[in-house]
Design a protein around this ligand. Sequence first.
Ligand code: SAH
Ligand code: SF4
Length: 357
Amino acid sequence: MEKRELDALVEILSRKEPVPEEVWNLLLAAPSVSDREYLAMRAREVAQACFGKGVYVRALIEISSYCRNNCRYCGLRCSNGDARRYRLSKGEIVDSCRKGAALGFNTFVLQGGEDPVQNDAWLADAVAAIKAEFPEKAVTLSVGERSSEGYALLRSAGADRYLLRHETADEEHYAFLHPQTMSVVNRKQCLYELKRLGYQAGAGMMVGSPGQETRHLVADMMFLDSLKPQMIGIGPFIPAKGTPFAGEKSGNVEQVLYLISLLRLRFRSALIPATTALATLCSDGTERAVLAGANVVMPNLTPLEARDKYTIYDNKKSNGSESAEQLSLLEEKLSGIGYHIDYGRGDYEGFEKLRYV
Ligand code: SAH
Ligand code: SF4
């Protein structure tokens, strides 16, 4: 595309009004290398206007590899007999937070399968225990679909944020990726409910999942536009052993980076992570994501005995700069591109003045 055509599209993305479907169609059709580079540069400018050259860090604690669900893509699906299962105790979770606090983290992300033992009351206890010891720090949950009452209980226990990727906004594609017991309608409903309850809510899709077409990504963008999440996490699909999609190919790194740029240009002050899945496929994935507009990294703080058992996909990276114990490696990577770690809580601030022109 001509630069002035791209500029016109970027201008539409920066408006308050919903973005018309044709605009997403144009942007997602077949971007050339130079289109992608130009939009990454524009996205970087927006990210820097909102966050400077700081990248927020969140300590990720993977609290359970048990899951009652059977998502076709995920290594933790209940019918994967080869998955190694563990669940952290509340004491182990709080201990991990102590380690994270000593390392300088101000957000703890508790992520896990939908483990029937770690039910709403159990999790509410764990959140309350963390908040009692670290009232100033943010707690993010990522523990799947729950009832409105469950989300409300966890919110009143002190949870500040919730990550629940919608995975794909298209009903048929959702049904292809999930068992019949799950539905995109419920997934989306959960996200609206989380927002209503005052969580900072995170949605997002897997990129390059089996059966995904461009029109599905258009639907994802349209859904995000109506939800207006505070956080948007996207990463490439990566096959997982013991799942129906074990033999499928991974998502495309360039496509993930391009989508990060589009998300930044549209959701200007959203918190957008450089995900572990991207870093797993590409050794400089974190730096490239930041240069495409991402502003969050989530290093792994799961206790070492459990860390290699949380295999949602194969060869998941959890060492080096992906590990919470080695923040200096992350700092080195970021300083190599002129960025640095921002140790602040990194709440969504809305930067309304920057959000729309
Ligand atoms: N059970 C919770 C949280 C754990 S899974 C939930 O499902 O929301 C967290 C995320 O891992 C999922 O949202 C999904 O997008 C991602 N994931 C699962 N399997 C994956 C795979 N094979 N490749 C890439 N990402 C995957
Ligand atoms: Fe369970 Fe989440 Fe994996 Fe689905 S994606 S099987 S809900 S851990």
